[in-house]
Design a protein around this ligand. Structure first.
Ligand code: GDP
Length: 356
């Protein structure tokens, strides 16, 4: 499953946000190190197209695509050296496909800030430095092993070269994503600073409605994407019915919840897209990578669909809406039969034909 790991200093609102993500109450407490067990929260990717499909096909239920978030412990300065929560916790993010860094923008004198004051730029620097140090440590352990394996002709020298180039870049303090180092030969190391990043600013209502301040914060992290939310409001939103939730959002100048934004931006950051299936039982979105071909996409539904793939009947979502039904789409020549080399497009409405 594709997952996004949540990191951040202690007391920035990770647990509060994660509660909202899972609708479960995990431990949220006003002291550092409250969050110690990794947890996974799954959120739906909002997709209004599914409601339209469910109407056209009279589907009983709607199953959106999902994005998984892993909640991992707060990092403190020195985490890479084993102070605070240390390395075992960083190990949990090595598996993640992307990292969401929660940054505190809210002021509250009752909530202790580990460094004494709320300062988003310096907090991000602390975390990013820890991640760079953690990657350096990983490489310092791996390089002697790679050297030995190259001497024994067990691995290609490209692996060692990539590790050395990565170390050299990190020694300058740069995260790998900001360098041109090709780390594909050392993927197995799960280097943290090479992962795509999303920044989640946990802010007050005053900032949510302040476009200028948001632009300043977004500029600090560009080209990475920034999401602005108030974790406390997010956790209130999940308990409200849709109308009341919309009203609360509107009162804070938003038209989409922070969690929805996070799911959407997470999906984009991971380079994912969806195709759609629909019938009387369900209207459903399936997650695939950009550029995937039809058989691989079919494999997401079932491995047998990929193995026995024959062809796919595809109508684009827009054509389906314009014609009103699959039968009409066929009659108007809008339903295409595609073979195994077809590159899937976002919003394709698909029916696969396969051998079992
Ligand atoms: P974590 O250590 O990063 O997981 O932080 P928590 O989620 O446990 O939050 C630490 C404290 O800050 C808790 O007392 C939360 O209620 C509070 N908190 C979290 N988000 C907000 C927020 O947006 N505004 C305010 N005022 N307090 C918040």
């Amino acid at each position: 499953a594709l997952t996004i790991g949540i990191v951040g200093l202690p007391n920035v609102g990770k647990s509060t946000l994660f509660n909202a993500l899972t609708k479960n109450q995990v431990l949220a407490a006003n002291y550092p190190f409250a969050t110690i067990e990794p947890n996974v929260g799954v959120v739906n990717l909002p997709d209004p197209r599914l409601n339209v499909l469910a109407e056209i096909f009279s589907s009983e239920r709607i199953l959106p695509a999902t994005v998984s978030f892993v909640d991992i412990a707060g990092i403190v300065r020195g985490a890479s050296e084993g102070e605070g929560l240390g390395n075992q916790f960083l190990a949990n993010i090595r598996e993640a496909d992307a990292i969401a860094q929660v940054v505190r923008g809210f002021e509250d004198s009752d909530v202790v800030h580990v460094d004494g004051a709320v300062n988003p730029a310096s907090d991000m620097e602390t975390i990013n430095t820890e991640l760079v140090l953690a990657d350096l440590q990983t490489l310092e352990r791996a390089i002697p092993r790679y050297e030995k394996e190259v001497r024994g002709k067990k691995i290609d020298t490209a692996v060692l070269d990539a590790a050395l180039a990565a170390k050299e870049a990190l020694d300058t303090g740069a995260p790998l994503s900001a360098t041109k180092v090709d780390i594909s030969p050392i993927k197995e190391l799960g280097l943290l600073t090479a992962k795509p990043f999303i920044y989640v600013f946990n802010v007050d209502e005053a900032v949510l409605t302040d476009a200028g301040r948001k632009a300043e914060l977004a500029a600090l992290v560009a080209p990475a994407q920034a999401v602005f939310l108030d974790a406390k409001i997010e956790s209130e939103l999940i308990d409200l019915d849709p109308d009341d939730a919309a009203e609360l959002l509107a009162s804070t100048g938003q038209d989409e919840s922070g969690l929805n934004q996070l799911a959407r931006i997470g999906f984009e950051t991971l380079g994912l897209q969806t195709y759609l299936t629909a019938g009387p039982k369900e209207a459903r979105a399936w997650t695939i990578g950009k550029g995937w071909k039809a058989p691989q996409a079919a494999g997401v539904i079932h491995t047998d669909f990929e193995k026995g793939f024959i062809k796919a009947e595809i109508v684009s979502f827009d054509d389906l809406v314009a014609t009103g039904s699959i039968a009409e789409a066929r009659a108007k020549g809008k339903a295409r039969i595609e073979g195994k080399d077809y590159v899937m497009q976002d919003g394709d409405v698909v029916e696969f034909r396969f051998n079992v």
